[in-house]
Write a protein that binds this ligand. Structure first.
Ligand SMILES: [Cu+2]
Length: 119
């Protein structure tokens, strides 16, 4: 499983990011209400996975994405097929596009809930 190295690297990167975040916020008062609100609503770019569209299947509401780490799903980078929450999302992207996206587990499938082309 060659994804192990990727995972370790990502874990190290995340740890680094987290400590930078903590350091930059040291001394500032805890504003948990604001932070929670921000994370919960319009997906913060930092929480979105990166990927490249490999195939768009409008008929079956599916999309193939070569994606990077998906933090909330604990998934390393790979190429896989996702379902999409709304087929209108498939009209925003085409094969070869670089995207940022959010995905969630829903009823045994992994569903893309938001997708944005990256310029
Ligand atoms: Cu995957």
């Amino acid at each position: 499983m060659k994804t192990l190295n990727t995972l370790l690297l990502v874990a190290a990167t995340l740890a680094g990011t987290a400590s930078v975040y903590a350091a930059s916020h040291a001394g500032a008062p805890m504003s948990s209400t604001t932070d929670t609100k921000k994370a919960g609503s319009t997906a913060a770019p930092a929480d979105m996975a990166e990927g490249e569209i490999r195939k768009v299947d409008v008929e079956n509401k599916k999309i193939t994405i070569k994606h990077g780490v998906i933090k909330n799903l604990d998934m390393p980078g790979m190429t896989m097929v996702f379902q999409v929450k709304d087929s209108a999302m498939l009209e925003k992207v085409k094969t070869g596009d670089k995207v940022r996206f959010s995905a969630e587990k829903a009823g045994g499938a992994i569903v893309v809930t938001d997708i944005q082309p990256v310029k």
